[in-house]
Design a protein around this ligand. Structure first.
Ligand code: AMP
Length: 181
């Protein structure tokens, strides 16, 4: 599940994971969990996450590699918030090869910037003040969007209009997934 901050990818990924019994792997949730538990990882990433910058690629790749090897991910998984950089995408393809798995589809949620800022502010997360949101958006455009060009031709990519009711967007995603089966 791919999309800018505030695009609703977390909401849609959670719904989809439940409906299809896929492991919902949200790297943002994993990092927030570590921060709440004040683990070594949490302490290490706190500043970066609160600024709205990206946690280093090698650290993220290590986390995801481990998570993908857990039993609940063997039947299928849904990545939410990962990969966020081209090196992460390259690393993910390597991990997929090592695990003899493949990525079925990248779903991109399409939402205009102004709507994104409004939505993210409503969430009221600690990394969600207007300045950080704008920063995270620029990080997305600069570092994350290029992942799509990198994945083009390697993994099917489907764009979905991310504006509307949660159920409506869920149905659009459902149609895209049916078409890629
Ligand atoms: P999210 O909940 O996906 O919006 O992620 C919240 C924050 O966690 C991001 O703004 C980043 O600071 C960090 N983060 C989450 N996923 C990644 C990732 N794949 N690579 C680097 N940083 C990440």
């Amino acid at each position: 599940m791919f999309g800018p901050p505030g695009s609703g990818k977390g909401t849609q990924a959670a719904r989809l994971g439940k409906a299809h019994t896929l492991a919902h792997i949200s790297t943002g949730d994993m990092l927030r969990g570590a921060m709440a538990a004040e683990s070594d990882l949490g302490k290490r990433v706190k500043g970066v996450v609160e600024r709205g910058d990206l946690v280093p690629d090698d650290l993220m790749l290590g986390l995801v590699r481990e998570r993908l090897s857990e039993p609940d991910a063997t039947g299928g998984f849904l990545l939410d918030g990962f990969p966020r950089t081209v090196p992460q995408a390259e690393g993910l393809l390597d991990v997929m090869r090592d695990l003899d798995r493949n990525l079925d589809v990248v779903v991109v949620l399409d939402v205009a910037d102004d709507i994104l800022v409004g939505r993210a502010l409503k969430r009221g997360r600690s990394d969600d003040n207007e300045e950080t949101i704008r920063h995270r958006l620029s990080v997305y455009r600069r570092q994350t969007e290029p992942v799509l060009s990198f994945l083009e031709g390697k993994v099917p990519i489907a764009s979905v209009d991310g504006v509307g009711e949660i159920d409506e967007i869920g149905e659009r995603i459902g149609r895209v997934l049916d078409a890629t089966d």
